[in-house]
Design a protein around this ligand. Structure first.
Ligand code: FES
Ligand code: MG
Length: 576
């Protein structure tokens, strides 16, 4: 029996002394489970995104065994099951297209099976958000164990960061400063152990926000993937989920609006990925909690950048863990946090932080000595983005945070690739690069192409940054003065669709404005003719069709419209 006096969910199947109970138990016994495994003990699902084509999650098959140790030890029955896995670096057109598909897989797998609680094993960028969204729609006791970051990248005597140094190396090759042999050699040095990107990219940002939300044990966000302490953390997490089931602590008890606000503030202190905006908005939708794009600007405004990690700074995830990880960060920013927020273990965030310590003030700075005053996410409004757009100020060049320039427009990613390096392209460093057709419906899936590489002829002249605007996302490991997530996207008929070469665009970061300096009448005239000429979507079958027809815009986290909210954990009908 659970603490609320209701029969455990698993007992609705395994506790029956009739034909249905026989069927549920007997086939499970084919795996060698004796009778007492079905005696009413908590049955814990281990939802695993292990895959060899998601290299960042390739350690999870083994890590699951440590979670199981803890579950057995605490008197539970662990049952591991696979779900769709999404390898950020391998899937086309973009893993983001499939985040919502994973979330459906997770939701139905949890709902349909006789489990009382679930441990989510994820890591690579879209896996944890998809798992959280699915789990939130069911609302069982839920706990996260992440892959953990790779060891620091090494190349020719220096540290190199996942993703971040790829953009640098590839621009160096294009500008003739790096040989192809060195470029290939750097690949092996960059990814030299299992685990997720060891910069503060999307994966590490998300696992740290999961920790800020209280949905895992401390240090889940930072212990390296190959450090034995991650195995110990997995073991302890297995014990914890059994206690969560006994105390009936569910995911919706942990993730409240106050916890989400904590996560937004922590994201600012970390210099975290812009992708977390999408994921937290979608998660809030599943939890039926109010969260707006403006909340990100408002709540991150107060918090400076404390963590000196790539892509915003100098260090990498190993350094971060050895410096004290997220507990050290949160202790330093405690005045900004709601410390009474609840965690999986039932203790408050505040009591968790009591024993936290920082061992390196250079990697994790104090509030009065931040890496940068501006951090977090700025949310822009204006006639170019009626439903908003975002920029990460600490990844941008300060001199471009207020800029006015002439648009150089690319109608699609193909158009961009075909013309960006054309020596005759009419462009200089004062121009604004505009890319269309890369939003949720347009690509489809909203790929990480917003930090488009600069024209070769400008790179060769030493230009390092330009203002760029698109309806795309960008990798959490990327940098530059890049305006992202323009909504509505061009494909949905947003004003971005009708920007033309030579139009003036004005961006004022301080004022949070993004304006197309074209008269309102002319904008309406262009929008009308765009609608008349626009062809139907080429995605006419399968999941891509469902996605294109039902995906919400970036300001709603690009969830599918019919997935907002939840189904709960009760399933009324028997299977036989
Ligand atoms: Fe998987 Fe970075 S590509 S975590
Ligand atoms: Mg990514």
């Amino acid at each position: 029996m659970s603490s609320k006096g209701k029969k455990r969910r698993s007992q609705l199947s395994y506790g029956k002394l009739d034909k249905d109970g026989f069927i549920h138990r007997s086939w499970m016994k084919a795996q060698g489970y004796p009778d007492h495994c079905f005696d009413g003990r908590p049955v814990i699902g281990i939802c695993n995104t292990w895959s060899e084509i998601t290299p960042c999650n390739s350690g999870l098959r083994e890590l699951a065994d440590y979670v199981k140790r803890g579950i057995w030890e605490a008197g539970g029955l662990p049952l591991e099951f696979p779900v769709t896995s999404l390898g950020e670096t391998q899937m086309r057109p973009t893993a983001m297209l499939f985040r919502n598909l994973l979330s459906m897989d997770v939701e139905e797998s949890i709902r349909g099976n006789p489990i009382d609680g679930v441990v989510l094993l994820g890591g690579c960028d879209k896996t944890t958000p998809g798992q959280l969204m699915g789990a939130a729609s069911v609302n069982l006791p839920t706990l996260v164990v992440s892959s953990g970051p790779m060891l620091n990248g090494k190349f020719r005597g220096r540290d190199i960061g996942s993703g971040t140094d790829v953009w640098k190396f590839s621009e160096d090759v294009r500008a003739g400063r790096m040989s192809m042999d060195d470029f290939i050699a750097a690949e092996s040095g960059m990814s030299r152990s299992r685990g997720v990107c060891m910069t503060m990219g999307t994966a590490s940002t998300v696992s740290n926000l999961v920790e800020a939300l209280g949905l895992c044990l401390p240090y889940n966000g930072s212990i390296p993937a190959v450090d034995a302490r991650r195995q110990a953390l997995a073991h302890l997490s297995g014990r914890e989920i059994v206690r969560m089931v006994e105390k009936d602590i569910r995911i919706r008890d942990i993730i409240t609006r106050e916890a989400l606000v904590n996560a937004i503030k922590v994201n600012a202190a970390l210099g975290g990925s812009t992708n977390t905006v999408m994921h937290l908005l979608a998660l809030a939708g599943r939890l039926e909690l109010p969260l707006s794009l403006e909340d990100f600007d408002e709540f991150s405004r107060e918090v400076p950048l404390l963590v000196d990690l790539m892509p915003s700074g100098r260090f990498l995830m190993e350094d971060y863990h050895y410096a004290g990880g997220l507990p050290a960060v949160m202790k330093k920013m405690a005045p900004h946090l709601a410390l009474e927020a609840k965690t999986v273990s039932g203790e408050t965030l505040g009591s968790r932080l009591e024993s936290a310590e920082c061992y390196n003030d250079e990697v994790i700075r104090d509030l009065d000595n931040p890496v940068q005053e501006n951090s977090g996410i700025w949310v822009l409004r204006g006639n170019l983005c009626p439903q908003g757009a975002i920029i990460k100020p600490n990844a941008a060049s300060p001199e471009l945070l207020k800029h006015r320039g002439r648009a150089v427009v690319f109608e699609s990613i193909e158009d961009y690739h075909a013309r960006i390096d054309d020596p005759d392209l009419d462009v200089d460093e004062s121009c604004v690069l505009v890319l269309k057709g890369c939003g949720p419906k347009g690509y489809p899936g909203m790929p990480e192409v917003g930090n488009m590489a600069l024209p070769r002829k400008l790179l060769e002249r030493g230009v390092r940054d330009m203002l760029r605007i698109s309806d795309a996302r960008m990798s959490g490991t990327a940098f530059g003065t890049v305006i992202l997530h323009v909504a509505p996207e061009a494909e949905a008929g947003g004003p971005l669709a009708i920007v033309q070469n030579g139009d003036e665009i004005a961006f004022d970061g301080e004022a949070r404005s993004l304006e197309l300096l074209v008269g309102e009448e002319e904008i309406q005239r262009r929008l009308n003719s765009w609608r008349q000429q626009h062809p139907a979507s080429p995605y006419q079958r399968g999941y891509a069709r469902l996605y294109v027809e039902t995906v919400l815009q970036a300001d709603r986290g690009a969830d599918l419209d019919f997935l907002v909210g939840g189904s709960g954990d009760e399933v009324s009908r028997e299977s036989h």
